[in-house]
Design a protein around this ligand. Structure first.
Ligand SMILES: [Ca+2]
Ligand SMILES: [Ca+2]
Ligand SMILES: [Ca+2]
Length: 369
């Protein structure tokens, strides 16, 4: 399609694009239940499209150097429409804290290869994992002003705990001290006294989740570590049959989809491909940060006791064939390999860069012709 649009029409269309596209983006984000419905967090693609339109504009300058008129090939309007569609697609793909790791997380940061000795759930219910606990895979993103983390697997409805430790790069402890400010869940954090992480991993925060079955409750706690630490989030939800337990407290969100029947089992298997389990959003502000370029996450599934009886389901993985770690104080530095993963920015940034590269390629092609 060829032809040119008069400057007046271009101006009107620009105005329409400026006013309408943000409304469309926000409306779609809201309708699709995206975590962020803010245009500010989805505007990158819109401005890329707007910049593209300026590049294509052909100006006619008067003798005084001022723009006399300008015009824009018809195909630019079509490419702007395409960019608007891509922007809408970006929103459609926005992740939701629902207990499933969306494709936007990118590849798993860890995949389990040790069979579970805490039971293998084969029931497939959304609201509770009957018969077993396992950590199959870990996915993470720094996006929307915080950490988005998915720990795929199962957590039995027996008040076993999924315990996660965060190294935000600010402060933290390589060994958990005997004196803790956190008191929630019968001083659970104090029961971890002496836990030592791999060299360079300094945990500043701990989160743990545990739940009963239908009719019971699920509880999540996020605490800062140390004698001056405190319980930052203590929240719970009732467990309803057929419903993914979901907890929201301020900006904090947590959900556990228990329906996984794949992943590792009691004799082998692999956690590869499992995307359901715990998913959470923790804002940087909640972690005491204004921004972050890297957050490390360690963690494992434990039962009761002090120190708690630890499984062999550990983030980062244990050497092949390692059995349950049992009811002793754990020193990850004495276990081969890194028992943590590192979450770094940001698949969405890569998408925008890829889109920019596509636009550049298209310009190059159009110059050739
Ligand atoms: Ca999700
Ligand atoms: Ca399994
Ligand atoms: Ca280690």
């Amino acid at each position: 399609m060829t032809g040119y649009i008069p400057a007046l029409v271009v101006n009107i269309l620009d105005l329409v694009m400026l006013v309408v596209l943000p409304v469309i983006v926000v409306a779609m984000a809201s309708k699709l239940g995206a975590k962020s419905t803010s245009f500010a967090e989805n505007r990158g693609l819109f401005f890329l499209g707007f910049a593209e339109s300026l590049r294509y504009t052909e100006y006619v300058f008067g003798e005084d150097g001022l723009i006399l008129s300008y015009r824009r090939p018809m195909k630019v309007r079509l490419s702007l429409l395409a960019l608007a569609s891509v922007a809408a697609l970006g929103v459609a793909n926005a992740q939701v804290i629902d207990g499933t790791a969306e494709a936007l997380y990118g590849p798993a940061l860890f995949t389990q290869s040790n069979p579970t000795q805490f039971g293998n759930s084969t029931v497939g219910l959304l609201h509770e994992s009957q018969g077993g606990s396992e950590i199959d895979a870990v996915y993470g993103r720094l996006f929307g002003g915080g950490l988005n983390l998915a720990v795929a697997g199962n957590l039995e409805n027996s008040f076993n705990k999924l315990v996660l430790f965060f190294d935000t790069g600010v402060g933290g402890f390589n060994t958990i001290g005997a004196t803790q400010g956190s008191t929630d869940d019968s001083n659970f954090v104090s029961s971890l006294a002496g836990y030592t992480f791999d060299a360079g991993f300094n945990a500043s925060h701990v989160l743990w989740y545990r739940q009963g079955g239908a009719g019971g409750s699920g509880f999540v706690t996020l605490s800062s570590l140390g004698a001056s630490g405190s319980d930052l989030i203590t929240a719970n939800t009732s467990i309803t049959a057929g419903v993914v337990p979901t907890i929201t407290s301020g900006t904090f969100q947590f959900a556990y989809n228990h329906s996984n029947t794949g992943g590792v089992d009691s004799s082998g298997g692999s956690g590869a491909g499992v995307t359901t389990g715990a998913e959470m959003f923790i804002s940087f502000a909640t972690l005491g940060l204004s921004s972050s370029s890297s957050i490390r996450v360690a963690g494992l599934i434990v039962g009761g006791g002090a120190p708690p009886f630890a499984s062999n389901q550990v983030i980062g993985g244990l050497p092949a064939g390692t059995n349950n770690l049992g009811g002793s104080v754990i020193n990850f530095a004495n276990i081969d390999g890194n028992q943590y993963v590192e979450v770094v920015p940001e698949p969405m940034t890569m998408s925008v860069l890829a889109l920019g590269a596509l636009a550049a390629l298209r310009r190059r092609k159009s110059k050739k012709s």
